[in-house]
Design a protein around this ligand. Structure first.
Ligand code: BGC
Length: 268
């Protein structure tokens, strides 16, 4: 049985009904955290994640909320605190892509990505920090008063033609995360980002679903395999636990080496 490093802690994972969010919610639940499985539009998938977490012996509840809407986020946090008493860990994961050539990108495509990927992280982080400050430290549960994990991307570093809205949102998350770590470090709130590379989820299905696509993806990944949501889940548990107590304000890349720029192995 996995070690219960997060026993007694409450975690909220946004966008947890599929993909990386699901992998993170499961890993936190397996590590002993009670988990709010936030979803926007797919209650069945969220409930399936809830059942898997319960099988680990942790509590789990699915809560619908659109992270880009202030009222929706506030009511999700109210419900979370009512159910679990408080929140110790926020994983700001919900995100999407609306890809288009820049000269053809509509304002709606730009705005939706910024609203969900960036404003959503602002709204959820603000509610979490308000609760951390209200509650104060509980040293027997965790050395930190609260932990926020922002799901960023290798594209906070790697520019991405055809995905300018998405790359812009991830670049901004880096400054959101670091500025929060700076502003609340003395209150013992830790804020870090996870920067995944290509993880096998619905968001990038086109990049792995045919052998040709997967082969071409491998030219970007020195470690020569696509990532899995469980890879991200293990890192999230580390960042949420006291094992990482001296880590704040940092982006951790988890990408099979994508950010060593494989194209330069023979060029340059
Ligand atoms: C994107 C994926 C992409 C990966 C590597 C992620 O942030 O959402 O679509 O495969 O970055 O480029």
């Amino acid at each position: 049985m996995a070690e219960k490093k997060l026993a007694g802690q409450s975690a909220l994972v946004t966008g947890a009904s599929s993909g990386i969010g699901e992998g993170v919610a499961l890993a936190l639940g397996e590590a002993g955290a009670n988990v709010i499985v936030n979803y926007n539009s797919n209650p069945d998938s969220a409930n399936a994640v809830v059942e898997k977490i319960k099988a680990f012996g942790s509590k789990a509840i699915a809560i619908q909320a659109d992270v880009s809407k202030e009222e929706s986020v506030q009511s999700m946090f109210k419900q979370t605190i009512k159910e679990f008493g408080t929140i110790d860990i926020l994983v700001n994961n919900a995100g999407l892509q609306k890809d288009a050539k820049f000269d053809e990108m509509t304002l709606a495509q730009w705005q939706t990505v910024i609203d969900i990927n960036l404003t959503g992280q602002f709204l959820c982080a603000r509610e979490a920090i308000r609760e951390f400050l209200r509650r104060g430290p509980v040293p027997e549960r965790s050395l930190a008063t609260g932990k926020i994990i922002c799901m960023s991307s290798v594209h906070e570093l790697i520019p991405w033609a055809g995905h300018v809205n998405y790359a812009s949102s991830k670049g901004a998350i880096k400054m959101l995360m670091q500025s929060l770590a700076q502003e609340y470090g003395d209150r013992k709130i830790r804020v870090n980002s996870i920067c995944p590379g290509a993880i096998q989820t619905p968001i990038n299905r086109a990049a792995w679903e045919t052998p040709q696509a997967l082969n071409s993806l491998m030219t970007l990944i020195p470690y020569n395999r696509i990532g899995q949501p469980s890879d991200i889940g293990r890192l999230a548990v580390f960042l949420a636990s006291d094992d990482s107590d001296y880590i704040t304000g940092t982006s951790i890349f988890i990408d099979g080496g994508m950010t060593v720029f494989e194209g330069f192995a023979t060029g340059g």
